[in-house]
Design a protein around this ligand. Structure first.
Ligand code: AMP
Ligand code: ZN
Length: 112
């Protein structure tokens, strides 16, 4: 999708600090980390948010979680939090589906 930051990162048009990439998904370090490890896991296909998941595109979500499990294990991360902000009020600032993977510090609950 035009003018989508994460589509541009997925296409290699904007650089990112990548930790995993295949034909369907990309995992890279967040530019403004909120924990010692803060990764973003995205589908390469443009999906606006968790609110735009349908029977047609939901398989990519399961696959993203497979990749998150694999990547965190490879990095030696046992405990982590996965977050997806859906909509501006919930804190979404990039309108391309992504899962934050946060690790390396104690997490509080409920989140802010
Ligand atoms: P959200 O606010 O939940 O939509 O998450 C968007 C995330 O993208 C934020 O945590 C930003 O720090 C992160 N971000 C924005 N631009 C970049 C970039 N160029 N490379 C890596 N992460 C980015
Ligand atoms: Zn996009």
């Amino acid at each position: 999708m035009e003018n989508c930051l994460f589509c541009k990162i997925a296409a290699g048009e904007i650089p990112a600090n990548k930790v995993y990439e295949d034909e369907k998904v990309l995992v890279f370090h967040d530019i403004d980390p909120q924990a010692p490890t803060h990764l973003l896991a995205i589908p390469k296909e443009h999906v606006e948010s968790c609110g735009a998941i349908t029977p047609e595109n939901s398989a990519i979500v399961a696959y993203l979680f497979e990749v998150i499990a694999k990547v965190t294990a490879q990095m030696g991360i046992r405990d982590f939090r996965v977050v997806s902000n859906c909509g501006a009020t919930a804190g979404q600032s990039v309108f391309h589906l992504h899962f934050h993977v946060l690790a390396g510090r104690d997490m509080t609950w409920p989140p802010g």
